[in-house]
Ligand binder design. Sequence first.
Ligand code: GRF
Length: 211
Amino acid sequence: MKRYVILISGRGSNMGSLLDASLPGVCAAVISNRVDAAGLATAAGRGIATAVIDHRGFASREEFDAALAAEIEQHEPDLVLLAGFMRILTDGFVCRFEGRLLNIHPSLLPAFPGIRTHAQALAAGVRLHGCSVHFVTPALDGGPIIAQAAVPVQAGDDEASLGGRVLVEEHRLYPRVARWFLDGRLRLVAGRVQLAGEIAVTGSLHVPLAD
Ligand code: GRF
């Protein structure tokens, strides 16, 4: 049985969608960098081991990442899923887990990396927004994209309404990609995504036909 570890920093709704998905593997642990992450209680309530590595207790990013990596390695995961984990990781950490480290980002990358992605999308006036799941590489939100889900931006949208529409798609997309990986159908090969037999675009996009 494959093993996976989920990293969170807060609410943990993506973590919940992964745990709900009956993935073909065991969630060995949920690890947070914040002791007050609400998702920790959700995970513990499901009988999953939890751990907190508080970044504030470390003098440097390198030291924090070393402690985080040591905690993760204890669980011997095949796959590490960043799910709302709000820390920039060092190159050393990313390279250590290369090819088995995934992230979900709430935009159609490469548009809008970083934070406040829904505000960024509204400010740019895009008509399509969405989410992306990618392999993590040292470039922030810049790793090879595995799958994306698109949603329309509607008149009158604000950050909350648009973010809510994207979140629905995040909860569908991430478990689907995690399943591909755990089924052995998804790999990172020489820096490129190799996916057997799936179309990696989903979403609630309905474009009316113009005449
Ligand atoms: C999600 O939108 C995720 O894509 C982003 O941060 C948010 C975390 O939400 N990186 P949750 O903790 O999964 O509910």
